[in-house]
Unconditional design. Structure first.
Length: 162
């Protein structure tokens, strides 16, 4: 296949070729640049990026999916700071003028609290927890309380070690 255009022209990135192809056919597709994704993660940090997913950049507006209404509310207060940090990370490349948040469900990375704690409970502590929740009839509630009490005991032990 012969290349069209001037052979001295530099090669274009695949994303740019696809963008031109879609525009030529009048498809309304808005690609999210990899620089914007990486810039988002660095600008907002791991906690916020774990609860958000940028998914589209259109007319300098970055559309971001958020895991809950609480996060969306908090991010509205932080919007101006996020825009400044994000545009600093992008270094003048595709500056983002605004952010639009919407609530959507998506897979989040595992919660650090649910990871196994480095200081396991002793047998004595486990027996105490079992005795406290044994009178509950609801199995699901009993398991939730066991986990909560175990976390409480292990975090208390961690504080005492410091």
């Amino acid at each position: 296949m012969k290349r069209k255009g001037n052979p001295r022209d530099p090669l274009l990135p695949v994303g740019e070729v696809l963008r031109k192809w879609f525009n030529k056919r009048k498809f309304r597709v808005h690609f999210l640049d990899r620089a914007v994704l990486d810039g988002w993660k660095k600008a907002v940090g791991p906690q916020i990026s774990g609860n958000t997913r940028p998914y589209m950049l259109k007319d300098r507006v970055l559309f971001v999916k958020v895991s809950s209404s609480v996060w969306m509310h908090q991010l509205h207060f932080m919007k101006d700071d996020i825009l400044v940090k994000l545009n600093e990370r992008l270094g003048g490349k595709t500056p983002v003028a605004n952010l639009f948040f919407s609530i959507d469900k998506f897979d989040r990375p595992p919660d650090p609290v649910s990871r196994p704690h480095p200081h396991p409970l002793s047998d004595r502590d486990r027996k105490w927890i079992d005795s406290q929740v044994s009178s509950l009839r609801d199995e699901e509630l009993r398991e939730i309380l066991k986990k909560t009490m175990a976390r409480s005991l292990t975090s208390g032990k961690e504080r005492n070690r410091r």
